[in-house]
Design a protein. Structure first.
Length: 64
């Protein structure tokens, strides 16, 4: 246990300390922003059976 880095036991960093999780999140967000969201707002066809929740489960057949 004496070999354990101090940042793991005290939270204080000595030398090179990187927050890899935050760096990955920021890189991922930048990638998402670069690619854009062009196709995601396209309309999808309406599904007739999904307009109402009044029907009992399985009324169209199949397993419940």
């Amino acid at each position: 246990m004496s070999d354990m880095p101090k940042r793991d036991t005290t939270g204080k960093c000595e030398g090179e300390c990187k927050d890899q999780v935050t760096e990955m999140k920021e890189d991922h967000q930048k990638k998402i922003e670069r690619e854009g969201m062009e196709g995601s707002t396209a309309e999808t066809p309406s599904v007739e059976g999904a307009k109402s929740r009044d029907n009992a489960p399985g009324d169209l057949g199949g397993h419940v």
